[in-house]
Design a protein around this ligand. Structure first.
Ligand SMILES: Nc1ncnc2c1ncn2[C@@H]1O[C@H](COP(=O)(O)OP(=O)(O)OP(=O)(O)O)[C@@H](O)[C@H]1O
Length: 277
């Protein structure tokens, strides 16, 4: 756990950056690149997360939990996977996050030009570029203040002032994105409200902006007010990152969804609209 001296040195860097990292400046980090065409036409390159023919058989077993799963999600959009308990949704998320290796298939990011042509070969989606927030993330909080919780695992020795400022900037940006910029960094994470605990769990995953942010049941265990709060936050967040959610809370998330898929028992995935609510 970080020492208080360490925490206060990060606090100082944060205070310094507080005014610089407004949401407007944070948005400049967007990876969608725009340029002017010859006739003033705005063109844009974009990327897409793509899973192709992914299969998974747990080591030492004879059965496939996932079969030929293929789907794609354009950057800065919101995808939702739903389906019966035990159909394999969490198993799929674990593969996407690099926690297990698929038995077959590929998981990558493909870049496209403005006419829809491939720009280079697909890039393997490395686990460092995926953020994942598990169900009930607050159960895994280990620090006794917000700053230590979010900086856990950050370098502690021989940190240059440039690196410190860079990290502090990223942290401030993450706090702005999730609306935590007004809470005290000294606060005990366990004393936050349900919705703010989820915000903190999200901020931890957003310090390094992931190519894909995965959320497993983001509304589970929250009261109605906190659920509405998290939905509002996700609506805002999808302007910044690509979000893939597994959830049974279809009604509340419906307004955010750009693409949805049903996981069938037996481990197959097919694109499907949300069932009537
Ligand atoms: N390593 C493993 N070996 C054998 N079976 C496994 C393994 N991992 C998961 N399973 C089984 O695979 C099935 C799919 O589990 P998974 O947790 O992915 O389902 P789910 O759709 O996420 O369910 P829920 O909605 O309840 O979270 C379950 O029957 C589970 O018991």
């Amino acid at each position: 756990m970080a020492s208080s001296a360490f925490a206060s040195s990060w606090s100082l860097s944060l205070l310094k950056l507080q005014d610089q990292a407004s949401p407007a400046t944070a948005k400049s980090s967007t990876r969608l690149r725009f340029r002017e065409g010859g006739l003033g036409r705005i063109c844009c390159d974009h990327s897409c997360f793509e899973a192709k023919s992914v299969g998974y058989r747990p080591p030492g077993t004879q059965f496939n939990l996932l079969k030929d799963v293929s789907f794609s999600l354009p950057e800065k959009s919101f995808g939702l996977i739903f389906g019966q308990s035990g159909s394999g949704k969490t198993t799929l998320l674990q593969l996407l996050a690099g926690l297990n290796k698929p038995t077959s298939g590929s998981i990558c990011i493909q870049r496209y030009g403005d006419s829809g042509e491939h720009k280079g070969p697909p890039e393997h989606l490395s686990p460092e570029k995926v953020g994942i927030v598990f169900q009930f993330p607050e159960r895994y909080f280990i620090a006794d203040n917000v700053l230590d919780e979010i900086t856990f695992g950050w370098p502690r020795q021989k940190v240059s002032i440039q690196l410190k400022e860079q990290l502090a900037f990223k942290l401030q940006r993450a706090f702005n994105w999730v609306g935590l910029d007004r809470i005290s960094l000294d606060k005990d994470p366990h004393s936050l409200s349900g919705g703010y605990k989820r915000r903190l769990a999200l901020a931890i995953q957003l310090v390094e902006v992931p190519d894909l942010l995965i959320l497993d049941e983001p509304l589970a265990g929250l009261d109605w007010k906190a659920r509405a709060d998290v939905v509002k936050l996700l609506k805002h967040l999808k302007r910044e990152v690509t979000i893939l959610v597994v959830s049974h809370d279809l009604r509340e998330l419906a307004s955010l969804v750009d693409r949805s898929w049903r996981m069938e028992m037996g481990g197959t995935l097919r694109e499907d609209s949300l069932p009537p609510l």
